[in-house]
Design a protein around this ligand. Structure first.
Ligand SMILES: [Zn+2]
Length: 367
């Protein structure tokens, strides 16, 4: 039987918590990671109806995109909506896990799923930031290069886009004089030793650096391992914000608006008109993505689809880019099915059932 930890590992391999927005609160919010999973219900957020559905379906794990516990929670009492929901979850021995901005910022996450729904091709991240990587270099005696490199790879180093186990290795000579008390791998106390060594370099995401260095030291035969960690300003191709893609053929603006409404299932959108008369390049950011409007303009997108757009942002976008607010729920809901499908595929040999919720948790109505 799967336990909560197995499911968490699969989600976090895809959407590592380390890439989440710093102010976010992601991960296991309520429950015990060591307990067995009876079934998994996936929803955009927790509501009383979602809890009821999970109990009916005998699912003791609820996975949501929006965290229930976000701001520091004052008390676990029925006096607030989040306190009441958290209390109900705990009382029913349910577990709650949230993958929020980490699922926004990863490949095949919220924005890629939305782009796919809109039939976009050649999707890439709309915005990527440097500073998420470190370069680790270590000096390894020749015969241990494979062991050390494998250990670093296993701990998460050496992933560049669609390639893993990426390293650079260069031979050289290391010198050291063991002092009294040293337990040298080779050489004698008091004598300068020349050793055939290989300098192995690998990149690693910042949040994995500690684990990679620990694995590296563990696999290394020296009692004192010589290594460097450098800041790396290269962009990690695995992570970024928003998505930019192209429609198979240009669409007239009216046709495109209908296409958006139909694709995300919203009866009406709020929008302003941009500069272009047809739409080909489209930027998207599910949920509140107004921070990316300028980037979408800069990247020459004809239209930008997001949600929670403020009045002033429409003013700034008018005659510049077709800015479309297609609803927070509507631009994010497709991730629920994507999570379910991913877990179903990964754990297809297991009895555990994964259900995307059947309930609309959208609190907004259109009249
Ligand atoms: Zn959201």
């Amino acid at each position: 039987m799967l336990n909560i930890k197995d499911i968490i590992k699969e989600i976090e391999d895809w959407a590592p918590p380390g890439i989440a927005w710093k102010q976010d609160n992601v991960g296991l919010q309520i429950g015990d990671p060591n307990e067995d999973v009876t079934g998994v219900l996936i929803a955009l957020e927790v509501t009383p109806e979602v809890i009821r559905e999970s109990l009916q379906k005998k699912c003791n794990l609820i996975i949501t995109h929006h965290p229930l516990i976000f701001k520091p929670i004052q008390s676990l009492t029925p006096n607030s909506l989040s306190g009441d929901l958290a209390l109900t979850i705990a009382r029913n021995n349910l577990h709650l896990y949230a993958a929020h901005t980490n699922l926004d910022f990863t490949r095949d996450g919220v924005n890629f799923v939305l782009g796919k729904k809109l039939n976009l091709n050649e999707m890439e991240f709309l915005y990527q930031e440097s500073g998420g990587l470190k370069k680790i270099s270590v000096f390894v005696p020749h015969d241990y290069v494979e062991k050390v490199t494998n250990a670093m790879t296993k701990a998460g180093a050496g992933i560049i886009g669609d390639y893993e186990a990426c390293s650079f290795q260069i031979r050289g000579t290391g010198t050291f004089r063991p002092l009294e008390g040293a337990q040298p791998f080779s050489g004698e106390v008091g004598k300068l030793q020349y050793e055939n060594e290989v300098r192995v370099e690998m990149v690693a995401p910042v949040w994995k650096t500690t684990a990679v260095v620990a694995a590296m030291i563990d696999a290394h035969p020296y009692d004192e391992v010589a290594y460097d960690i450098y800041p790396n300003e290269a962009i990690d191709p695995m992570y970024g914000a928003g998505v930019l893609g192209s429609l198979p053929d240009p669409m007239p603006v009216d046709g495109f608006i209908s296409h958006v409404k139909k694709s995300v299932g919203i009866p009406v959108v709020r929008r302003t008109s941009g500069a272009s008369t047809t739409i080909k390049r489209v930027a998207v950011c599910g949920g509140s993505g107004s921070d990316l409007i300028r980037t979408a303009v800069h990247k020459k997108a004809d239209a930008f689809i997001t949600a929670d757009v403020k009045y002033n942002a429409f003013h700034e976008a008018r005659n510049v880019i077709h800015l479309i607010d297609a609803g927070h729920y509507e631009t994010e809901i497709f991730i629920v099915e994507a999570i379910a499908n991913r877990l179903k595929t990964k754990f297809k040999d297991q009895e555990t059932k994964f259900y995307p919720t059947k309930i609309s948790t959208n609190p907004i109505m259109y009249s």
